[in-house]
Design a protein around this ligand. Structure first.
Ligand SMILES: *[C@@H]1O[C@H](CO)[C@@H](O)[C@H](O)[C@H]1NC(C)=O
Ligand SMILES: *[C@@H]1O[C@H](CO)[C@@H](O)[C@H](O)[C@H]1NC(C)=O
Ligand SMILES: *[C@@H]1O[C@H](CO)[C@@H](O)[C@H](O)[C@H]1NC(C)=O
Length: 419
C-alpha cells in the first residue's frame, strides 16, 4: 500500500484546516483587538431586576462572580468586553400610581450598592467623561436608566430627584400609558390612545429632561410619542433597546420614517437582541441581529446605531448571543460584513458618548432656565393613593349643588314675579 498520497493529503488537509481556522478566528481576533480600546457601552441591561426577583435586592445573598443562571455576571462581562452599561431601574407597570416611586428608588439603590460591593469591577458614573475614565481604569462604567415614565408618578420633583441620584436616561413609558405619554401597545390596538403621543405636560417633561441633562429614551413608546419627542427635544434622543421595524414588524421597533428623523437629529438606536423583536418569532440567531445593525446603519447611518442587548430583561436571546460574553462574536460578524473600524468604534461606544455629551451641553446651554414648576392637573392623577396637598381644588360636587340651587331659586323668583 502506498502511503505517500494519504500522507500528502493529510498534510494538505492540515494546512487547509489551519488556514480555515485562522480565517475563522481572525475576525474574532480583530474584534477583540478593536474592543480593547473600544469596549461596548450597552444601552440596557436588567440585572437589577434579577437582583430584585431572585434575592429581593439582598446583595449579601449573591456572588456576582459566580452567579450562573443569569445572562450577566462578572466573568461574562469581562469576556464580552463590556466597558459601560446602563443598568435599568425597572419596576412593572402594575406599580403605576401605587409604589412605583419607592420601588424605583430601591432599584437605583441596588445599582449604587452593586458598585460599592464590587469596586474592582464596577464604577458608578454619571457623566460622559467619567465613562471614558472608568473604561481607562478597566472598570465597567455603570449608569442608571429609569425604564418607564410611571416611575416618576407624573412628578417633575421626582424626575429632578432621580437626576440627582445619578439617573441619566428615562424611558418615557414602559408597556403602559402614563397620564402624559402613550406607549407602544397603543400601536398594536391593545391599549387605547390617551394623549395621542405626548400631552402638554409630557412635552414639559422632555424640556425638563433637556434642562437637567437626562437622555430621553424612546424604547417602548408609541410611534406618535417618538415623533412628538423628537420634535420637542432640544437634544438628541436614544432608543436604549429597540430594533428595526422593517425586519420585524413589532411596534417595539423603529419604523423607517422615525429612523430618518433620528439620523437628522443625530440620535441613537441601540439594537435589542430579544428574539421576538429580532425575527418576530421565538427563534433568532446572531446573524439575524447583525441584519438589524446593517439595516439601521443603511437608513440612519453608522453614527446612529448602537448596542442595547436587553440582557436579563427577556426570556429568549439569539443563538450565538446567549449572554453578555458574546458581544465580540457579533462584532466579528459585523467585520465579516464589511464594517470598518471607525464604524464599529462608533456603534460600540462613540455614538453613545457623543449623544450623552450633546445632552450635557444642551443642559449647560439651558442653565439660565428655571426648573419647571407647574404640576400635572390633579384630575390626571386622582386616585385613592394620591392626596391633593398643594392643589387649590374647587369642590366640584359642592359647587355643582350650589349652582343647581341658585338656578332653582332664580326660577322660583321669576315664577313668583310673573304670576
Ligand atoms: C451554578 O451555581 C450554583 C450555586 O452556586 C451551583 O450549585 C451550580 O453547580 C452552578 N452550576 C454551574 C453549571 O456552574
Ligand atoms: C440564522 O437564521 C437564518 C434564518 O433566519 C438562517 O438563514 C441562517 O442560516 C442562520 N445563521 C446561522 C449562522 O445559524
Ligand atoms: C472576515 O472578514 C472579512 C471582511 O472584513 C471577510 O472577507 C472574511 O470572509 C471574514 N472571514 C470569515 C471567516 O468570515
Amino acid at each position: 500500500m502506498n502511503t505517500k498520497y494519504p500522507m500528502a493529503l493529510l498534510g494538505l488537509l492540515t494546512i487547509l484546516g489551519c488556514e480555515l481556522l485562522t480565517v475563522v478566528s481572525s475576525n474574532k481576533t480583530e474584534a477583540l483587538r478593536i474592543m480593547e480600546n473600544a469596549p461596548v457601552i450597552d444601552g440596557h441591561n436588567d440585572l437589577p431586576w434579577q437582583l430584585l426577583s431572585k434575592f429581593n435586592n439582598q446583595l449579601n445573598e449573591v456572588n456576582l462572580h459566580t452567579l450562573n443562571d443569569t445572562h450577566t455576571n462578572i466573568p461574562k462581562l469581562r469576556e464580552g468586553r463590556v466597558g459601560g452599561q446602563f443598568w435599568a431601574a425597572y419596576v412593572p407597570c402594575e406599580t403605576q400610581g401605587k409604589d412605583a416611586v419607592k420601588r424605583t428608588l430601591e432599584q437605583i439603590d441596588v445599582v449604587h450598592r452593586m458598585c460599592e460591593a464590587y469596586p474592582d469591577t464596577f464604577l458608578c458614573v454619571d457623566t460622559a467623561q467619567d465613562i471614558a475614565t472608568a473604561i481607562r481604569a478597566k472598570r465597567v462604567a455603570s449608569l442608571i436608566g429609569v425604564e418607564g415614565g410611571h416611575s416618576i408618578d407624573s412628578s417633575l420633583g421626582v424626575l429632578r430627584t432621580f437626576y440627582h441620584l445619578g439617573v441619566r436616561y428615562m424611558t418615557l413609558t414602559h408597556s403602559c400609558n402614563t397620564p402624559w405619554a402613550d406607549n407602544w401597545l397603543v400601536d398594536t390596538g391593545s391599549d387605547p390612545a390617551k394623549s395621542n403621543g405626548l400631552s402638554e405636560f409630557g412635552k414639559n417633561i422632555i424640556l425638563e429632561m433637556n434642562r437637567l441633562g437626562m437622555m430621553v429614551d424612546l424604547a417602548h413608546v408609541s410611534a406618535k410619542t417618538m415623533k412628538d419627542a423628537l420634535e420637542v427635544s432640544k437634544a438628541p434622543v436614544i432608543f436604549s433597546h429597540s430594533s428595526a421595524y422593517k425586519l420585524c414588524a413589532s411596534a417595539r421597533n423603529v419604523q423607517d420614517d422615525v429612523l430618518r428623523i433620528v439620523k437628522e437629529k443625530k440620535g441613537l438606536v441601540m439594537v435589542n437582541f430579544y428574539n421576538d423583536y429580532v425575527t418576530c418569532s421565538s427563534k433568532a440567531n446572531l446573524s439575524n441581529v447583525a441584519d438589524h445593525f446593517d439595516y439601521i446603519k443603511n437608513i440612519a447611518g453608522y453614527e446612529s446605531v448602537g448596542f442595547g442587548g436587553d440582557y436579563d430583561g427577556v426570556p429568549r436571546v439569539p443563538e450565538g448571543l446567549e449572554d453578555v460574553s458574546k458581544y465580540p462574536d457579533l462584532v466579528a460578524e459585523l467585520i465579516r460584513r464589511g464594517w470598518t473600524q471607525v464604524e464599529l468604534e462608533a456603534a460600540l461606544k462613540d455614538n453613545l458618548l457623543r449623544v450623552f455629551t450633546e445632552v450635557e451641553q444642551t443642559s449647560l446651554q439651558m442653565s439660565s432656565e428655571k426648573p419647571k414648576e407647574v404640576p400635572i392637573n390633579y384630575q390626571e392623577i386622582k386616585s385613592d393613593c394620591h392626596t391633593s396637598y398643594g392643589y387649590k381644588l374647587v369642590d366640584t360636587s359642592a359647587a355643582a349643588h350650589l349652582h343647581a340651587a341658585k338656578g332653582l331659586l332664580l326660577m322660583c323668583l321669576v315664577y313668583t314675579l310673573f304670576h
